[in-house]
Write a protein that binds this ligand. Structure first.
Ligand code: BG6
Length: 515
Protein backbone atom coordinates (compact mmCIF):
# COMPACT_ATOMS: atom_id res chain seq x y z
CA UNK A 1 0.00 0.00 0.00
CA UNK A 2 1.44 3.44 -0.81
CA UNK A 3 1.90 5.65 2.18
CA UNK A 4 -0.97 8.08 2.63
CA UNK A 5 -0.03 11.70 3.11
CA UNK A 6 -0.37 12.75 6.78
CA UNK A 7 -2.81 15.50 5.84
CA UNK A 8 -5.40 13.00 4.63
CA UNK A 9 -8.02 11.73 6.99
CA UNK A 10 -9.35 8.46 5.67
CA UNK A 11 -12.92 7.48 6.24
CA UNK A 12 -12.11 3.81 6.05
CA UNK A 13 -15.65 2.78 5.83
CA UNK A 14 -16.10 4.87 2.71
CA UNK A 15 -13.02 3.45 1.05
CA UNK A 16 -14.02 -0.19 0.94
CA UNK A 17 -13.80 -1.67 -2.53
CA UNK A 18 -16.25 -4.38 -3.34
CA UNK A 19 -14.99 -7.54 -4.94
CA UNK A 20 -16.68 -8.75 -8.11
CA UNK A 21 -19.00 -11.73 -7.83
CA UNK A 22 -18.20 -14.90 -9.78
CA UNK A 23 -18.47 -13.93 -13.39
CA UNK A 24 -17.87 -15.14 -16.94
CA UNK A 25 -17.01 -12.35 -19.36
CA UNK A 26 -17.57 -13.01 -23.06
CA UNK A 27 -15.82 -10.53 -25.36
CA UNK A 28 -16.86 -10.22 -29.01
CA UNK A 29 -14.00 -8.88 -31.09
CA UNK A 30 -11.50 -10.42 -28.69
CA UNK A 31 -8.53 -10.49 -31.03
CA UNK A 32 -8.83 -6.71 -31.56
CA UNK A 33 -7.04 -3.75 -30.13
CA UNK A 34 -9.46 -2.84 -27.36
CA UNK A 35 -9.17 -6.25 -25.69
CA UNK A 36 -5.39 -6.14 -25.64
CA UNK A 37 -4.91 -2.48 -24.83
CA UNK A 38 -7.69 -1.82 -22.34
CA UNK A 39 -9.81 -4.79 -21.26
CA UNK A 40 -7.08 -7.31 -20.39
CA UNK A 41 -4.68 -4.88 -18.63
CA UNK A 42 -7.61 -3.53 -16.59
CA UNK A 43 -8.72 -7.02 -15.61
CA UNK A 44 -5.14 -7.75 -14.63
CA UNK A 45 -5.07 -4.74 -12.30
CA UNK A 46 -8.33 -5.90 -10.72
CA UNK A 47 -6.86 -9.35 -10.32
CA UNK A 48 -3.69 -7.97 -8.72
CA UNK A 49 -5.80 -5.95 -6.31
CA UNK A 50 -7.79 -9.08 -5.45
CA UNK A 51 -11.00 -7.60 -6.79
CA UNK A 52 -11.77 -10.47 -9.16
CA UNK A 53 -13.53 -13.52 -7.80
CA UNK A 54 -11.82 -16.95 -7.99
CA UNK A 55 -14.76 -17.80 -10.21
CA UNK A 56 -13.70 -15.55 -13.07
CA UNK A 57 -12.99 -16.38 -16.69
CA UNK A 58 -12.95 -14.57 -20.01
CA UNK A 59 -14.17 -16.22 -23.18
CA UNK A 60 -12.93 -14.38 -26.26
CA UNK A 61 -14.83 -14.63 -29.48
CA UNK A 62 -13.82 -13.54 -32.97
CA UNK A 63 -13.66 -14.38 -36.64
CA UNK A 64 -9.98 -15.22 -36.51
CA UNK A 65 -9.32 -18.87 -35.75
CA UNK A 66 -7.29 -19.22 -32.59
CA UNK A 67 -6.82 -21.96 -30.02
CA UNK A 68 -7.09 -21.09 -26.32
CA UNK A 69 -3.30 -21.31 -26.12
CA UNK A 70 -2.76 -19.03 -29.12
CA UNK A 71 -5.24 -16.53 -27.66
CA UNK A 72 -3.35 -16.50 -24.36
CA UNK A 73 -0.08 -15.96 -26.19
CA UNK A 74 -1.64 -13.09 -28.12
CA UNK A 75 -2.73 -11.47 -24.85
CA UNK A 76 0.48 -12.23 -22.96
CA UNK A 77 2.26 -9.36 -24.73
CA UNK A 78 -0.22 -6.94 -23.21
CA UNK A 79 1.00 -7.99 -19.76
CA UNK A 80 4.68 -7.36 -20.48
CA UNK A 81 6.30 -4.62 -18.48
CA UNK A 82 3.52 -4.57 -15.89
CA UNK A 83 5.53 -6.21 -13.16
CA UNK A 84 3.41 -9.36 -12.91
CA UNK A 85 4.96 -12.28 -11.07
CA UNK A 86 5.26 -15.37 -13.32
CA UNK A 87 2.95 -17.57 -11.19
CA UNK A 88 0.29 -14.89 -11.03
CA UNK A 89 0.60 -14.21 -14.73
CA UNK A 90 0.15 -17.88 -15.50
CA UNK A 91 -2.87 -18.23 -13.27
CA UNK A 92 -4.42 -15.09 -14.73
CA UNK A 93 -3.90 -16.19 -18.33
CA UNK A 94 -5.18 -19.69 -17.64
CA UNK A 95 -8.63 -18.09 -17.24
CA UNK A 96 -8.75 -17.02 -20.87
CA UNK A 97 -10.46 -19.08 -23.59
CA UNK A 98 -11.41 -18.54 -27.18
CA UNK A 99 -14.14 -19.58 -29.61
CA UNK A 100 -14.12 -18.55 -33.24
CA UNK A 101 -16.91 -18.23 -35.77
CA UNK A 102 -18.86 -15.89 -37.93
CA UNK A 103 -20.96 -13.31 -36.07
CA UNK A 104 -23.97 -13.91 -38.30
CA UNK A 105 -23.92 -17.69 -37.90
CA UNK A 106 -26.28 -19.13 -35.26
CA UNK A 107 -23.79 -22.01 -34.86
CA UNK A 108 -21.38 -19.58 -33.17
CA UNK A 109 -23.92 -18.73 -30.48
CA UNK A 110 -24.81 -22.38 -29.93
CA UNK A 111 -21.09 -23.08 -29.52
CA UNK A 112 -20.78 -20.15 -27.10
CA UNK A 113 -23.72 -21.34 -25.02
CA UNK A 114 -22.15 -24.79 -24.69
CA UNK A 115 -18.74 -23.33 -23.86
CA UNK A 116 -20.20 -20.97 -21.26
CA UNK A 117 -21.96 -23.84 -19.55
CA UNK A 118 -18.76 -25.87 -19.46
CA UNK A 119 -16.62 -22.96 -18.24
CA UNK A 120 -19.18 -22.00 -15.60
CA UNK A 121 -18.79 -25.46 -14.19
CA UNK A 122 -14.99 -25.46 -14.41
CA UNK A 123 -14.69 -22.08 -12.69
CA UNK A 124 -17.69 -22.31 -10.41
CA UNK A 125 -19.45 -19.27 -11.89
CA UNK A 126 -22.83 -18.91 -10.26
CA UNK A 127 -23.66 -15.27 -10.51
CA UNK A 128 -23.18 -13.17 -13.60
CA UNK A 129 -22.34 -13.17 -17.30
CA UNK A 130 -21.15 -10.14 -19.16
CA UNK A 131 -21.29 -9.90 -22.96
CA UNK A 132 -18.91 -7.23 -24.16
CA UNK A 133 -19.31 -5.81 -27.68
CA UNK A 134 -15.79 -4.85 -28.75
CA UNK A 135 -16.68 -5.31 -32.42
CA UNK A 136 -17.21 -2.52 -35.00
CA UNK A 137 -20.58 -0.81 -34.33
CA UNK A 138 -22.02 -2.10 -37.62
CA UNK A 139 -22.02 -5.56 -36.04
CA UNK A 140 -23.88 -4.62 -32.83
CA UNK A 141 -27.37 -5.47 -34.17
CA UNK A 142 -26.21 -8.83 -35.56
CA UNK A 143 -24.56 -9.93 -32.34
CA UNK A 144 -27.40 -8.66 -30.16
CA UNK A 145 -30.07 -10.41 -32.23
CA UNK A 146 -28.18 -13.68 -32.14
CA UNK A 147 -27.57 -13.45 -28.40
CA UNK A 148 -31.30 -12.99 -27.96
CA UNK A 149 -32.23 -15.78 -30.32
CA UNK A 150 -29.83 -18.16 -28.59
CA UNK A 151 -31.39 -17.29 -25.23
CA UNK A 152 -28.10 -15.88 -23.95
CA UNK A 153 -29.91 -12.69 -22.89
CA UNK A 154 -31.64 -14.54 -20.05
CA UNK A 155 -30.48 -15.96 -16.76
CA UNK A 156 -28.61 -19.16 -17.61
CA UNK A 157 -30.47 -22.37 -16.81
CA UNK A 158 -27.61 -23.72 -14.75
CA UNK A 159 -27.89 -21.66 -11.59
CA UNK A 160 -26.61 -18.25 -12.68
CA UNK A 161 -28.44 -15.93 -10.34
CA UNK A 162 -28.28 -12.56 -12.12
CA UNK A 163 -29.42 -11.58 -15.61
CA UNK A 164 -26.55 -11.23 -18.09
CA UNK A 165 -25.26 -7.78 -18.91
CA UNK A 166 -24.49 -6.32 -22.28
CA UNK A 167 -21.61 -3.86 -22.54
CA UNK A 168 -21.77 -1.57 -25.56
CA UNK A 169 -18.77 0.50 -26.60
CA UNK A 170 -19.14 3.90 -28.20
CA UNK A 171 -20.00 5.13 -30.77
CA UNK A 172 -23.60 4.51 -29.78
CA UNK A 173 -25.25 5.44 -33.06
CA UNK A 174 -24.10 8.28 -35.28
CA UNK A 175 -27.13 10.53 -34.85
CA UNK A 176 -30.51 10.64 -33.13
CA UNK A 177 -32.19 8.20 -35.54
CA UNK A 178 -29.46 5.56 -35.51
CA UNK A 179 -29.07 5.75 -31.72
CA UNK A 180 -32.81 5.24 -31.33
CA UNK A 181 -32.76 2.36 -33.78
CA UNK A 182 -29.91 0.72 -31.89
CA UNK A 183 -31.62 1.26 -28.54
CA UNK A 184 -34.79 -0.34 -29.93
CA UNK A 185 -32.88 -3.24 -31.38
CA UNK A 186 -31.11 -3.90 -28.09
CA UNK A 187 -34.38 -3.38 -26.25
CA UNK A 188 -35.95 -6.30 -28.11
CA UNK A 189 -33.64 -8.68 -26.28
CA UNK A 190 -32.25 -6.90 -23.22
CA UNK A 191 -33.97 -4.85 -20.53
CA UNK A 192 -32.47 -1.38 -19.98
CA UNK A 193 -31.15 -2.56 -16.61
CA UNK A 194 -29.00 -5.12 -18.45
CA UNK A 195 -27.40 -2.60 -20.82
CA UNK A 196 -24.10 -0.90 -19.93
CA UNK A 197 -23.15 1.81 -22.45
CA UNK A 198 -19.54 2.73 -21.92
CA UNK A 199 -18.28 6.29 -21.86
CA UNK A 200 -14.79 5.77 -20.53
CA UNK A 201 -14.56 9.38 -19.30
CA UNK A 202 -17.05 8.45 -16.59
CA UNK A 203 -14.58 5.84 -15.34
CA UNK A 204 -11.85 8.45 -14.86
CA UNK A 205 -11.22 9.15 -11.19
CA UNK A 206 -11.09 12.88 -11.65
CA UNK A 207 -14.34 12.97 -13.59
CA UNK A 208 -16.05 11.06 -10.79
CA UNK A 209 -14.48 13.45 -8.34
CA UNK A 210 -16.53 16.31 -9.79
CA UNK A 211 -19.51 14.82 -7.93
CA UNK A 212 -17.60 14.38 -4.67
CA UNK A 213 -16.18 17.86 -4.88
CA UNK A 214 -19.56 19.44 -5.49
CA UNK A 215 -21.76 17.37 -3.24
CA UNK A 216 -19.54 16.22 -0.36
CA UNK A 217 -18.71 19.80 0.66
CA UNK A 218 -20.84 22.70 1.74
CA UNK A 219 -18.59 25.53 0.65
CA UNK A 220 -18.74 25.22 -3.13
CA UNK A 221 -22.38 24.57 -3.92
CA UNK A 222 -23.67 27.96 -2.68
CA UNK A 223 -21.48 29.74 -5.26
CA UNK A 224 -22.07 27.19 -8.03
CA UNK A 225 -24.61 29.23 -9.96
CA UNK A 226 -25.28 32.28 -12.13
CA UNK A 227 -24.99 34.66 -9.18
CA UNK A 228 -21.31 33.90 -8.70
CA UNK A 229 -20.05 32.18 -11.85
CA UNK A 230 -19.03 34.34 -14.79
CA UNK A 231 -18.40 31.50 -17.23
CA UNK A 232 -17.11 27.94 -17.46
CA UNK A 233 -14.60 26.47 -19.90
CA UNK A 234 -14.43 22.77 -20.64
CA UNK A 235 -11.44 21.55 -22.56
CA UNK A 236 -10.44 18.17 -23.91
CA UNK A 237 -7.28 18.82 -25.91
CA UNK A 238 -5.22 16.01 -27.38
CA UNK A 239 -1.77 16.16 -28.91
CA UNK A 240 -2.28 12.89 -30.78
CA UNK A 241 -3.77 12.79 -34.26
CA UNK A 242 -6.06 10.10 -35.62
CA UNK A 243 -3.35 7.46 -35.03
CA UNK A 244 -4.26 4.18 -36.75
CA UNK A 245 -8.00 4.83 -36.54
CA UNK A 246 -8.54 7.04 -39.58
CA UNK A 247 -11.03 4.55 -41.06
CA UNK A 248 -13.33 5.06 -38.10
CA UNK A 249 -12.47 8.68 -37.31
CA UNK A 250 -13.00 9.97 -40.84
CA UNK A 251 -16.63 8.85 -40.69
CA UNK A 252 -17.02 10.26 -37.21
CA UNK A 253 -15.13 13.50 -36.46
CA UNK A 254 -14.68 15.38 -33.20
CA UNK A 255 -18.37 16.13 -32.69
CA UNK A 256 -19.38 12.47 -32.67
CA UNK A 257 -16.15 11.08 -31.27
CA UNK A 258 -15.68 13.38 -28.27
CA UNK A 259 -18.34 16.07 -27.98
CA UNK A 260 -21.58 14.08 -28.00
CA UNK A 261 -20.31 11.78 -25.28
CA UNK A 262 -17.24 12.67 -23.18
CA UNK A 263 -17.70 16.43 -23.39
CA UNK A 264 -21.42 16.48 -22.63
CA UNK A 265 -20.94 13.97 -19.80
CA UNK A 266 -18.37 16.25 -18.16
CA UNK A 267 -20.71 19.19 -18.64
CA UNK A 268 -23.60 17.39 -16.96
CA UNK A 269 -21.52 16.39 -13.95
CA UNK A 270 -20.30 19.94 -13.53
CA UNK A 271 -23.74 21.54 -13.85
CA UNK A 272 -26.51 19.12 -12.82
CA UNK A 273 -28.65 19.63 -9.73
CA UNK A 274 -27.74 17.63 -6.60
CA UNK A 275 -29.24 14.14 -6.80
CA UNK A 276 -31.02 13.05 -3.63
CA UNK A 277 -28.81 9.99 -3.26
CA UNK A 278 -25.76 8.30 -4.69
CA UNK A 279 -28.00 5.97 -6.57
CA UNK A 280 -27.63 5.15 -10.25
CA UNK A 281 -31.09 6.28 -11.26
CA UNK A 282 -31.09 9.40 -9.10
CA UNK A 283 -27.82 10.53 -10.69
CA UNK A 284 -28.82 9.58 -14.20
CA UNK A 285 -32.17 11.36 -13.84
CA UNK A 286 -30.41 14.61 -12.97
CA UNK A 287 -28.04 14.23 -15.89
CA UNK A 288 -30.87 13.82 -18.35
CA UNK A 289 -32.70 16.80 -16.85
CA UNK A 290 -29.63 18.90 -17.39
CA UNK A 291 -29.14 17.74 -20.97
CA UNK A 292 -32.74 18.65 -21.68
CA UNK A 293 -32.10 22.17 -20.37
CA UNK A 294 -29.33 22.98 -22.82
CA UNK A 295 -30.46 25.74 -25.16
CA UNK A 296 -30.70 24.65 -28.83
CA UNK A 297 -27.36 25.35 -30.48
CA UNK A 298 -27.28 28.05 -33.12
CA UNK A 299 -25.31 26.88 -36.09
CA UNK A 300 -24.29 28.92 -39.11
CA UNK A 301 -27.25 31.27 -38.87
CA UNK A 302 -27.36 34.87 -39.96
CA UNK A 303 -26.37 36.19 -36.55
CA UNK A 304 -23.47 33.88 -36.02
CA UNK A 305 -22.87 30.38 -34.85
CA UNK A 306 -22.42 28.99 -31.38
CA UNK A 307 -20.48 26.00 -32.66
CA UNK A 308 -17.49 25.94 -34.99
CA UNK A 309 -15.38 23.25 -36.58
CA UNK A 310 -11.86 22.97 -37.93
CA UNK A 311 -9.29 20.40 -38.98
CA UNK A 312 -5.52 20.33 -38.59
CA UNK A 313 -3.01 20.98 -41.32
CA UNK A 314 0.65 19.93 -41.14
CA UNK A 315 2.55 21.29 -38.16
CA UNK A 316 4.77 20.45 -35.23
CA UNK A 317 3.73 18.60 -32.08
CA UNK A 318 5.96 17.40 -29.24
CA UNK A 319 9.02 18.58 -31.16
CA UNK A 320 8.34 16.68 -34.37
CA UNK A 321 6.77 17.44 -37.72
CA UNK A 322 3.42 15.82 -38.28
CA UNK A 323 1.23 15.60 -41.39
CA UNK A 324 -2.04 17.40 -41.86
CA UNK A 325 -5.30 15.50 -41.40
CA UNK A 326 -5.85 15.05 -45.15
CA UNK A 327 -2.44 13.37 -45.44
CA UNK A 328 -3.10 10.85 -42.66
CA UNK A 329 -3.26 7.29 -43.93
CA UNK A 330 -6.87 6.17 -44.43
CA UNK A 331 -8.42 9.66 -44.67
CA UNK A 332 -10.49 10.30 -47.80
CA UNK A 333 -8.99 12.99 -50.08
CA UNK A 334 -12.31 14.88 -50.16
CA UNK A 335 -12.90 14.45 -46.41
CA UNK A 336 -14.90 17.17 -44.65
CA UNK A 337 -14.31 15.69 -41.20
CA UNK A 338 -13.57 18.07 -38.34
CA UNK A 339 -10.84 17.38 -35.80
CA UNK A 340 -11.67 20.35 -33.55
CA UNK A 341 -15.00 21.61 -32.23
CA UNK A 342 -15.44 24.81 -30.25
CA UNK A 343 -18.82 25.81 -28.88
CA UNK A 344 -20.66 28.21 -26.60
CA UNK A 345 -23.60 26.61 -24.82
CA UNK A 346 -26.19 27.86 -22.39
CA UNK A 347 -28.18 25.93 -19.83
CA UNK A 348 -31.64 27.39 -19.59
CA UNK A 349 -32.54 26.71 -15.99
CA UNK A 350 -32.80 28.66 -12.75
CA UNK A 351 -29.21 27.95 -11.74
CA UNK A 352 -27.39 28.69 -14.99
CA UNK A 353 -29.50 31.04 -17.09
CA UNK A 354 -27.22 33.08 -19.41
CA UNK A 355 -23.94 31.77 -18.02
CA UNK A 356 -21.84 30.85 -21.07
CA UNK A 357 -20.19 27.44 -21.18
CA UNK A 358 -17.31 27.38 -23.63
CA UNK A 359 -16.41 23.89 -24.78
CA UNK A 360 -13.53 22.86 -27.02
CA UNK A 361 -12.07 19.55 -28.04
CA UNK A 362 -9.48 18.88 -30.67
CA UNK A 363 -6.74 16.61 -31.88
CA UNK A 364 -3.14 17.56 -32.69
CA UNK A 365 -3.18 20.51 -30.33
CA UNK A 366 -0.19 21.86 -28.48
CA UNK A 367 -0.70 19.61 -25.48
CA UNK A 368 -2.88 16.94 -23.91
CA UNK A 369 -5.08 18.67 -21.38
CA UNK A 370 -8.53 17.96 -19.98
CA UNK A 371 -10.04 20.34 -17.48
CA UNK A 372 -13.14 22.10 -16.25
CA UNK A 373 -12.36 25.73 -15.41
CA UNK A 374 -14.87 27.82 -13.50
CA UNK A 375 -14.27 31.55 -13.56
CA UNK A 376 -16.15 33.42 -10.87
CA UNK A 377 -17.41 36.97 -11.15
CA UNK A 378 -15.14 39.84 -10.26
CA UNK A 379 -15.65 41.54 -6.93
CA UNK A 380 -18.60 43.99 -7.27
CA UNK A 381 -16.48 46.94 -6.19
CA UNK A 382 -12.74 47.20 -5.67
CA UNK A 383 -11.86 49.11 -2.52
CA UNK A 384 -8.29 49.02 -3.83
CA UNK A 385 -9.15 51.16 -6.87
CA UNK A 386 -7.52 54.18 -5.25
CA UNK A 387 -4.16 52.36 -5.23
CA UNK A 388 -4.47 51.33 -8.86
CA UNK A 389 -6.27 48.04 -8.46
CA UNK A 390 -9.66 48.75 -9.95
CA UNK A 391 -9.76 45.67 -12.13
CA UNK A 392 -9.41 42.83 -9.66
CA UNK A 393 -8.78 39.39 -11.26
CA UNK A 394 -11.57 36.88 -10.77
CA UNK A 395 -11.22 33.71 -8.71
CA UNK A 396 -10.81 30.58 -10.77
CA UNK A 397 -11.37 27.00 -9.82
CA UNK A 398 -9.76 24.44 -12.10
CA UNK A 399 -10.75 20.79 -11.96
CA UNK A 400 -7.80 19.15 -13.68
CA UNK A 401 -8.97 15.91 -15.20
CA UNK A 402 -5.70 14.91 -16.92
CA UNK A 403 -2.71 14.96 -16.90
CA UNK A 404 -1.49 16.32 -13.50
CA UNK A 405 -4.83 15.34 -12.00
CA UNK A 406 -5.83 17.72 -9.25
CA UNK A 407 -7.70 20.85 -8.27
CA UNK A 408 -6.48 24.45 -8.17
CA UNK A 409 -8.17 27.54 -6.75
CA UNK A 410 -6.78 30.99 -7.47
CA UNK A 411 -7.33 33.96 -5.21
CA UNK A 412 -5.82 37.35 -4.45
CA UNK A 413 -3.60 37.96 -1.46
CA UNK A 414 -1.28 40.60 -0.15
CA UNK A 415 2.31 40.29 -1.14
CA UNK A 416 4.64 40.72 1.88
CA UNK A 417 6.10 44.24 2.14
CA UNK A 418 5.09 47.72 3.05
CA UNK A 419 3.29 48.58 -0.17
CA UNK A 420 -0.32 47.62 -0.98
CA UNK A 421 0.65 45.01 -3.43
CA UNK A 422 -1.68 42.18 -4.37
CA UNK A 423 -0.76 38.94 -6.12
CA UNK A 424 -2.86 36.13 -7.52
CA UNK A 425 -1.99 32.91 -5.66
CA UNK A 426 -3.06 29.36 -6.28
CA UNK A 427 -4.08 26.82 -3.71
CA UNK A 428 -3.73 23.46 -5.33
CA UNK A 429 -3.48 19.78 -4.76
CA UNK A 430 -2.29 17.01 -6.98
CA UNK A 431 -3.66 13.48 -6.77
CA UNK A 432 -0.51 11.50 -7.40
CA UNK A 433 1.59 13.62 -5.01
CA UNK A 434 -0.98 13.39 -2.25
CA UNK A 435 -2.17 9.83 -2.60
CA UNK A 436 1.20 8.54 -3.80
CA UNK A 437 -0.38 6.42 -6.49
CA UNK A 438 -1.44 6.68 -10.11
CA UNK A 439 -5.17 6.87 -10.71
CA UNK A 440 -6.59 3.53 -11.86
CA UNK A 441 -7.34 3.11 -15.55
CA UNK A 442 -10.94 4.09 -16.34
CA UNK A 443 -11.76 0.64 -17.70
CA UNK A 444 -10.81 -0.97 -14.39
CA UNK A 445 -13.59 0.79 -12.59
CA UNK A 446 -16.10 0.30 -15.39
CA UNK A 447 -15.44 -3.43 -15.75
CA UNK A 448 -15.71 -3.94 -12.02
CA UNK A 449 -18.97 -1.98 -11.82
CA UNK A 450 -20.40 -3.97 -14.67
CA UNK A 451 -19.59 -7.26 -12.96
CA UNK A 452 -21.10 -5.88 -9.75
CA UNK A 453 -24.19 -4.73 -11.60
CA UNK A 454 -23.77 -1.03 -10.79
CA UNK A 455 -24.85 1.10 -13.79
CA UNK A 456 -24.14 4.53 -12.20
CA UNK A 457 -21.19 5.30 -14.47
CA UNK A 458 -22.80 4.12 -17.67
CA UNK A 459 -24.94 6.15 -20.05
CA UNK A 460 -28.65 5.53 -19.92
CA UNK A 461 -30.71 5.20 -23.08
CA UNK A 462 -32.53 8.53 -22.67
CA UNK A 463 -29.29 10.46 -22.04
CA UNK A 464 -27.78 9.11 -25.24
CA UNK A 465 -30.86 10.07 -27.21
CA UNK A 466 -31.18 13.55 -25.71
CA UNK A 467 -27.53 14.31 -26.42
CA UNK A 468 -27.90 13.27 -30.07
CA UNK A 469 -31.10 15.31 -30.33
CA UNK A 470 -29.22 18.36 -29.09
CA UNK A 471 -26.71 17.97 -31.91
CA UNK A 472 -29.20 17.11 -34.66
CA UNK A 473 -29.25 20.60 -36.20
CA UNK A 474 -25.47 20.84 -36.10
CA UNK A 475 -24.98 17.47 -37.78
CA UNK A 476 -27.47 18.40 -40.45
CA UNK A 477 -25.93 21.78 -41.19
CA UNK A 478 -22.43 20.35 -41.27
CA UNK A 479 -23.45 17.47 -43.54
CA UNK A 480 -24.86 20.02 -45.99
CA UNK A 481 -21.65 22.06 -45.71
CA UNK A 482 -23.73 24.99 -44.44
CA UNK A 483 -20.93 25.97 -42.08
CA UNK A 484 -17.27 26.46 -42.94
CA UNK A 485 -14.61 23.94 -42.00
CA UNK A 486 -11.73 26.06 -40.66
CA UNK A 487 -8.09 25.01 -40.35
CA UNK A 488 -5.31 25.13 -37.76
CA UNK A 489 -1.71 23.96 -37.98
CA UNK A 490 -0.98 20.89 -35.85
CA UNK A 491 0.50 22.00 -32.54
CA UNK A 492 -1.79 25.04 -32.24
CA UNK A 493 -3.61 26.21 -29.16
CA UNK A 494 -6.79 26.98 -31.05
CA UNK A 495 -8.04 28.38 -34.37
CA UNK A 496 -8.76 32.00 -35.19
CA UNK A 497 -12.55 31.68 -35.46
CA UNK A 498 -12.76 29.82 -32.14
CA UNK A 499 -10.77 32.64 -30.57
CA UNK A 500 -13.20 35.16 -31.99
CA UNK A 501 -16.18 33.19 -30.60
CA UNK A 502 -15.01 33.74 -27.04
CA UNK A 503 -13.40 37.13 -27.62
CA UNK A 504 -16.72 38.46 -28.85
CA UNK A 505 -17.89 38.01 -25.25
CA UNK A 506 -14.81 39.79 -23.90
CA UNK A 507 -13.13 36.58 -22.73
CA UNK A 508 -10.18 34.38 -23.72
CA UNK A 509 -9.60 30.65 -23.89
CA UNK A 510 -7.35 29.42 -21.16
CA UNK A 511 -3.89 28.60 -22.52
CA UNK A 512 -3.16 24.91 -23.02
CA UNK A 513 0.53 25.30 -22.29
CA UNK A 514 3.37 24.42 -24.62
CA UNK A 515 3.96 21.26 -26.55
C1 BG6 B 1 -11.89 8.04 -27.33
C2 BG6 B 1 -11.85 8.66 -28.70
O1 BG6 B 1 -13.21 7.83 -26.90
O2 BG6 B 1 -11.23 8.89 -26.40
C3 BG6 B 1 -10.44 8.95 -29.13
O3 BG6 B 1 -12.47 7.78 -29.62
C4 BG6 B 1 -9.72 9.77 -28.08
O4 BG6 B 1 -10.42 9.62 -30.37
C5 BG6 B 1 -9.86 9.13 -26.70
O5 BG6 B 1 -8.34 9.86 -28.44
C6 BG6 B 1 -9.29 10.02 -25.62
O6 BG6 B 1 -9.30 9.33 -24.42
P1 BG6 B 1 -8.30 9.71 -23.25
O7 BG6 B 1 -8.68 8.78 -22.15
O8 BG6 B 1 -6.92 9.48 -23.78
O9 BG6 B 1 -8.54 11.14 -22.94
Amino acid sequence: MPEIHPSIREFDILCAETRAPSCGVVVFGASGDLTRRKIVPSLLRLYQRDLLHEGFYLLGCGRQELSDVAFREHLAEALDGRGVEPALREDFLSRFYYTSGSYDDPALYAALAARIEELDRTHGVQEAHVFYLAVPPGLYPTVVDHLGEAGLNRVAGHDCSRPPRLVVEKPFGRDQATAEELNNRIGRHFAESQVYRIDHYLGKETVQNILMFRFANTIFEPVWNRNFVDHVQLTIAESVGVEHRAGYYDTSGALRDMFQNHMLQMLTLATMEPPASFDAEAIRDEKVKLLRSIRPIRVGDLWGSDILRARYTAGRVDGRDVPGYLDERGVQPDSQTETFVAARLFVDNWRWKDVPFYLRTGKRLARKLTEVAITFKQVPHSMFASVGLADMPANQLILKIQPDEGIALSFQAKRPGAKTCISTLTMSFNYSELFGTEAPEAYERLLLDCMLGDPTLFSRQDAVQVSWALLAGVLEAWAKAEAPLHEYPAGSQSFAEADRLIQADGRLWRPLGDS
